[in-house]
Design a protein around this ligand. Structure first.
Ligand code: ZN
Length: 298
């Protein structure tokens, strides 16, 4: 078991593999921090392992040793280089798939964040998906199936990777011994995000963002906030997640729906502008956002 909340998915995949129904193109969709990469890594290693049981690698065979050393010749991993995965990356995937396996067994390609493929790259991948060869497997991860062409979606077996029981995630998070921040429960779908923030000593900054979000409607001086969010687009998203949660609470508490929607629109616009426009005047964008939110809160 990799993470306790993934055990159901692991069992389902093992069952389909043992029954000979494991599809050659597997797509794993789930939020960032839910464990897609760890899951796909284990699957890839199991498919390459010479004596895996229930799609779990043995850890001792020659293949497992090669995987541990990250030198397995029959495994190929594609990551987005910057913003996108280009057609050349996918051409090397099909070349790799056509070569014979060094171990005389399976060959596995992993493509992380496959929604970052360009249109040309997606078209090139389609060919590989349409002409499956025995003992060749494509494992794809994404956090945005809506950004994938329907042609790719329809040719893959889709697995949703998510936390089904929030308590399981909260128990796991509590074992990290992080302070009992009020916002932890907003990340029960992304437990690994909490672990990463802890490791990178980011938890205090995230907590500051939470406080800024709570006080935004009273605030007038946004320079400290701007200073924090200007360093990382992830922080923009987290800050807006906090604001969005607050709005949902306000809606439950009786905010009228039009105000709620216009506030959510202001938020969405802010996220888009501050993550996509280079050289955006962030202090101005923040005060504009605060102004629009304040109007809806009244
Ligand atoms: Zn093995």
């Amino acid at each position: 078991m990799i993470y306790p909340w993934l055990s159901n998915v692991e069992q389902q995949l093992a069952a389909s593999f043992n029954a000979g129904r494991f599809h050659h193109g597997q797509l794993f969709n789930g939020q960032q921090g839910v464990g897609k990469r760890a899951l796909v890594e284990q699957l890839a290693n199991a498919l390459l392992c010479l004596s895996a049981t229930n799609l779990v690698p043995c850890g001792h065979c020659k293949s497992c040793h090669l995987n541990q050393a990250v030198t397995h010749p029959d495994k190929y991993v594609v990551q987005a280089d910057g913003q996108s995965i280009g057609v050349d990356d996918i051409r090397s995937v099909s070349d790799f798939m056509h070569q014979s396996a060094a171990q005389n067994a399976n060959k596995v390609v992993v493509i992380n964040d496959c929604h970052k493929m360009t249109t040309a790259a997606a078209n090139a991948l389609l060919k590989t998906l349409e002409e499956p060869s025995p003992q060749r497997f494509l494992l794809l991860t994404t956090s945005a199936t809506t950004q994938l062409p329907a042609t790719i979606l329809s040719r893959c077996a889709l697995t949703q990777v998510k936390v089904n029981d929030a308590n399981v995630a909260m128990n796991w998070i509590s074992q990290l011994h992080v302070p009992a921040y009020p916002w932890l429960k907003m990340f029960t779908q992304q437990p690994l995000l909490i672990a990463r923030w802890q490791q990178d000593e980011q938890l205090k900054v995230i907590d500051e963002l939470y406080k800024f979000a709570t006080e935004l409607k009273q605030g007038h001086n946004f320079s400290a906030l701007v200073d924090i969010i200007s360093k990382d687009t992830e922080r923009v998203r987290v800050f807006c997640l906090f604001l969005s949660e607050q709005l949902k609470q306000q809606l439950i508490a009786g905010m009228d729906f039009d105000s709620y929607q216009s506030a959510q629109n202001a938020l969405a616009e802010f996220v888009q502008n501050s993550t996509q426009i280079l050289g955006l005047n962030l202090p101005l964008a923040v005060s504009r956002l605060a102004y629009r939110l304040r109007k809806s809160y009244k």
